[in-house]
Write a protein that binds this ligand. Structure first.
Ligand code: M6R
Length: 607
């Protein structure tokens, strides 16, 4: 988590750093700070709270004047959010910003304390700053190498040395870092949106590569200090993609971007009416080999995997185990040769998902990554890769990244079923055509459900707790609906397999408690209706999300939200829309910070 930036050029550095940080605030937002070479000295300003609090402080104290510096927006791991624990952190001659976690920081801290080094924060980062200072011998590159040799864990570091004015150094291990290249100005950043205002050209730093940025150029070295040439990449996102574009929040903008995101992700992967993933390294022959599939991911991405499981098992008859990445990596999973492990991740940097993928590879499985962020660690290390083309997702609550992940799971499931011979070519073409038609129907679903979800959300804002229920694919989807609501509305919510309620959880139903039931699957409809009646009989207020034309009577549902019809198997793509809107409007109605919910960050690069 945390976002880091750095700048060297001709512009007002404070302004560039703050603007760049504003594009990375999704990575963490409990404190922020910058360090700038101002009249020959490194000066630091930092503040607990949002970037806006830092800006207020800068106005009060007088802006730092200079054309080179580094900046940080924090998601606290070591030490509470406070001015003292905010980055940048300094030793006498070195100041740094850091994204990642130094696992052996205690050991190093104790060592430095024995050598009379004093610490003022609780962070692991200050230990790196002090170690750099302790090792400093007048040669920044040698100092960096000597220092990182001692570090265990993950880091992307932006470093400035007091003796080397207007030069920014950077190094990464595990945590992401790019180097933006402009004309007479260069940048470092944790993610591409931070630099888009100034340049689209960038280098992706690999593990243990060191970048040295001056106004006129960028030099990159490996850990042996051999100079290396790297391929200059060009971002395919434009500035608008990272702006709100007239919407009140990123989340609602991203909800509306779903039809386009799905089209852009799916259409290029359809040839002659059939899914074609050869460009991603997946052929019919490779698919035939897999006997068992694991889907490993976290949060929303894991929920996309749940939809994949139901679809693959019913269509392709291949067993699918969905695992939470943080569990998979420590439970000695029975994975090996002949297995496929699918890792789903929007950011491509989620620490647990990355570690799970590495473990799967080590155990001999083939890995397939479904990733949104180009060039991210998971994307680079997987054996096979399907990029989702959702564009940048800025709101912490994932929406468009989820539906494109689900869409890719469908494409994959159709192809797998065709490869295994459990569906014929005509059926595969029929399903693929219906999938490629969903963007249009999602647009309808958006129009159709906007008003009713807005209204329903007014009924939820006062409640403390609610429940989502469903069966089969509807259950898979209700998990996502529940997560979405709780993360941005702060209302406690659980998702439950509707048939499982009566085995204990139904005792939580009290008079007036909202229960959101998803009922889009005809073969499960009557069963779900019975479960809805069970909770209704115990006082629940029921909100039923179902397919157009389903007969839900008023004695079952207090509120009915209908979504347009497509093939049963694809219904999660359509029913996801009212789920997202309910969460969004409830958060808005409660006056919450929709895009930056408390305690969260977008990219979870710590365990
Ligand atoms: O970047 P990833 O897809 O790997 O992130 C996984 C989860 O952290 C993420 O989906 C999280 O659950 C979302 N904030 C939920 O909206």
């Amino acid at each position: 988590m945390c976002g880091i930036v750095g700048y060297v050029g001709y512009r007002d550095c404070s302004d560039v750093l703050v603007k760049a940080l504003s594009k990375l605030e999704y990575r963490g937002y409990d404190s922020a700070g910058i360090a700038v070479f101002d009249e020959g000295k490194i000066k630091v300003v930092k503040s607990k709270g949002r970037l806006a609090d830092l800006e207020k402080k800068m106005l009060k104290q007088g802006a730092l004047k200079g054309t080179a510096g580094i900046g940080h927006t924090r998601w606290a791991t070591h030490g509470e959010p406070s001015d003292r624990n905010s980055h940048p952190h300094s030793g006498a001659r070195v100041t740094i910003v850091h994204n990642g976690i130094i696992e052996n920081y205690r050991e190093i801290k104790e060592y430095l304390q024995r050598h009379d080094v004093k610490f003022i924060s609780d962070t692991d980062t200050e230990v790196v700053a002090q170690l750099l200072d302790y090792n400093y011998n007048g040669d920044p590159l040698a100092t960096i190498v000597k220092t990182v040799e001692k570090l265990e864990g993950s880091f992307a570091l932006g470093i400035v040395f007091a003796d080397f004015q207007d030069t920014v150094y950077a190094i990464r291990r595990e945590s992401p870092l790019i180097v933006g290249v402009g004309k007479d100005e260069n940048f470092i950043a944790s993610d591409v949106p931070a630099i888009l205002k100034y340049t689209k050209d960038y280098y992706l730093l690999e593990h243990d590569e060191i970048a040295v940025l001056s106004k006129t150029g960028v030099e990159i070295f490996d850990i042996n200090l051999e100079k290396i040439e790297k391929e200059l990449k060009t971002a395919d996102w434009d500035m608008d993609a990272a702006e709100k574009g007239g919407y009140e929040h990123f989340m609602i903008k991203e909800i509306h971007e779903q039809p386009t995101a799905i089209k852009t992700t799916i259409n290029p992967r359809i040839q002659n009416g059939l899914p074609d993933l050869t460009e991603c390294g997946i052929t019919i022959d490779t698919l035939r080999e897999f006997k068992q599939i694991f889907v490993v991911a976290c949060g929303t991405a894991m929920h996309a995997g749940m939809v994949g499981k139901y679809t693959i098992e019913s269509l392709a008859r291949v067993p699918v185990i969905v695992d939470i990445a943080s569990e998979f990596r420590y439970r000695q999973p029975l994975v090996g040769e002949g297995d496929l492990v699918i890792i789903i991740s929007q950011s491509g940097e989620t620490a647990d998902s990355l570690a799970a993928m590495r473990l799967a590879k080590k155990l001999g499985a083939k890995t397939l990554a479904i990733v949104n962020a180009k060039g991210s660690s998971i994307a680079r290390e997987a054996d096979m890769l399907i990029y989702t083309h959702a564009g940048p997702e800025i709101a912490v609550a994932s929406t468009k990244a989820y539906t494109v992940q689900v869409a890719v799971m469908y494409l994959f499931a159709f192809l797998l079923a065709f490869a295994k011979g459990t569906i014929d070519e005509d059926e595969c073409k029929r399903l693929t055509k219906l999938l490629s038609d969903t963007p249009k129907i999602i647009e309808k679903s958006l129009d159709k459900t906007k008003k009713i979800t807005q209204f329903v959300s007014t009924k939820l804002i006062a409640c403390d707790s609610l429940m989502y229920i469903g069966r089969g694919l509807d259950y898979a989807l209700s998990m996502e609906g529940s997560l979405k609501l709780k993360e941005i509305s702060y209302i406690h919510s659980e998702s439950y397999a509707a048939g499982e309620l009566k085995h204990g959880t139904i005792s939580l139903i009290t008079d007036g408690m909202p229960v959101i039931a998803v009922a889009t699957q005809p073969h499960l409809f009557e069963k779900t209706i019975s479960n809805i009646k069970e909770v209704k009989a115990r006082g629940a207020k029921t909100i039923v999300i179902c397919t157009d034309g389903f007969n839900v009577t008023d004695d079952v549902a207090d509120y009915i939200i209908t979504v347009p019809k497509t093939d049963d198997i694809l219904m999660p793509l359509l029913a996801a829309i009212p789920m997202q809107l309910i969460a969004y409007y409830t958060s808005v109605n409660k006056g919450n910070d929709v895009d930056k919910p408390r305690n969260l960050a977008k990219s979870v690069t710590v365990e």
